[in-house]
Design a binder for this molecule. Structure first.
Ligand SMILES: [Zn+2]
Length: 480
């Protein structure tokens, strides 16, 4: 939103009041100062990861770059955690409390772009891109972790800090398998953030999800000479999809079901003996997803029966909806208001407006205000996140910082462009500051930890976390 000058002044005054509302302790001040010192490092990480743009489970160079940097700073780094070569955990200190910070670094296929305000594929031929801004996510989180470590050292603060290098968020895989492996079990609390086109604390739960494939196996035959000898796996896929599309009339308005057909046969004159359909089913909570998933599996069985084919269902991954933690949300809001949203230069705002002009949307540049935290969670919107799994294991909260021009399509070349600019990097620096301040709060404020834990216990009813995927299932290989 663009504010008239007078309103902007009023906002600045409001920010000054909010800032005055919190007097920083020496240890918080030390952590904040460290983020200031680390700004060039945060920019460097952002740019390096943006250039690499490695997709899910292929983030070898990106994860190694982060792991090495953390090691140089004094973290002990465990690589290849839970069977994923690009997952790592960086640990500093010992004993309680144990505080976690999440980092993501995978890019998206097909959304590569130069950091210019128009659609322009990369000159170096890299077709993937950071359309979700995970280059900034990693830079902000790693920057915060280093700042906290330095403050813990200089201020002799006890406890354990963990930076989780979580790959493959875009395929909703990384944290699910890490959670199954138990790496979050002993945490007292966990923090995360995400790039966005606005600056606010997360206050809606997103959707629970099952991501699965259904394969059908038939019999090949000449489609004209002897079709009676054939059994079409593609027929089974079509019949299954038809069944699911009939089912849509009888699900809740909150339900989302989407599919693609990665394999549908090779040539029209061969009855396809193999076909595969790939589904996502989502809803506002896990029991609903499980209910629809059971129904869809029956439809698959029906399609196989009708087409006299065999079938196999493979649940690739699944997540819960986000388990919000109010005390942590409030702690984040306090620090986010203190730090304030990124201040964008005129040149950066011109970039944003040019990009919006190219996209034929309202030319309002980057949003530069902090949204207030509403009393109650907002209506469910958007997709799903594997952070949700962590939120059922330990008190967890997150926030968004403006890194992209207002209202540009997310997961697109346009967001990739923004995330390669100084404007995006400013978002990562703001995030590092908020994470560092809230991280220190969690180390030093036992009452906050207790409130977060009590809220968590009340919401989960003491029920232990149940991973949506089978216990012995290994992480899937990277997508081709
Ligand atoms: Zn993302």
């Amino acid at each position: 939103m663009v504010y008239p000058y007078v309103m902007k002044l009023a906002l600045l005054c409001f920010c000054a009041i909010a800032a005055a509302a919190q007097t920083l302790t020496p240890v918080k001040q030390a952590a904040l100062d460290e983020v200031g010192t680390l700004e060039p490092t945060i920019r460097e990480i952002s740019t390096s990861l943006w250039k690499l743009s490695e997709t899910a489970l292929r983030e070898r160079k990106s994860s190694e770059l982060l792991a090495r940097l953390l090691e140089r700073e004094g973290f002990r780094v465990e690589r290849g955690v839970s069977g994923m070569p690009t997952a790592f955990i960086a640990t500093y200190g010992s004993g309680k409390p144990i505080i976690g910070i999440l980092a993501e670094y995978d890019a998206l296929p097909g959304v590569g772009n130069e950091a210019v305000p128009k659609k322009a594929p990369r000159a170096d031929g890299v077709s993937s891109g950071h359309g979700c801004g995970h280059n900034l996510f990693a830079a902000g989180s790693v920057g915060a972790a280093i700042a906290i470590l330095r403050a813990m050292e200089s201020q002799e603060l006890p406890g354990t800090l963990r930076l989780y290098g979580t790959p493959a968020e875009e395929t909703v895989v990384g944290k699910v398998y890490l959670a199954k492996y138990g790496v979050f079990d002993d945490l007292d609390a966990c923090l995360e953030w995400h790039p966005s086109d606005e600056t606010k604390v997360d206050n809606q739960t997103g959707r629970a999800l099952n991501n699965f494939e259904v394969e059908f196996f038939g019999q090949a035959a000449h489609a004209s000479a002897d079709p009676w000898n054939g059994r079409s796996a593609l027929d089974a896929v079509e019949m299954m999809d038809y069944g699911v599309n009939m089912m849509r009339e009888h699900v809740k308005p909150t339900t989302r079901i989407h599919y693609v057909i990665p394999n549908g046969g090779d040539a029209p004159n061969v009855v396809p003996e193999y076909a595969k359909v790939w589904y996502y089913v989502r809803d506002v909570d896990r029991p609903s997803v499980e209910k629809w998933y059971a129904w869809i599996q029956k439809i698959a069985a029906g399609a196989a029966m009708a087409t006299r084919t065999d079938y196999k269902v493979f649940l690739i991954t699944g997540v819960h909806e986000y388990n919000l933690n109010r005390p942590l949300q409030e702690a984040l809001q306090k620090n986010l208001s203190f730090v304030g949203a990124p201040h964008f230069t005129d040149t950066e705002q011109v970039f944003g407006r040019k990009l919006q002009e190219f996209l034929k949307i309202k030319q309002i540049g980057f949003r530069d205000e902090v949204k207030p935290l509403a009393d109650k969670p907002g209506p469910v919107e958007g997709g799903s996140t594997d952070v949700a799994e962590v939120s059922y294991i330990t008190p967890t909260a997150g926030f968004n910082v403006t890194t992209a021009a207002a209202d540009v399509p997310w997961h697109s070349w346009a967001t990739t462009a923004c995330h390669g600019t100084s404007a995006g990097e400013k978002g990562a620096t703001v995030a590092a500051k908020v994470l560092a301040l809230t991280g220190i709060d969690l180390f030093t404020d036992a009452a906050l930890r207790e409130q977060a834990e009590a809220f968590f216990e009340k919401k989960t009813g003491g029920k232990p976390y149940e991973c949506p995927i089978p216990r012995d299932q290994q992480p899937p290989p990277p997508k081709q």
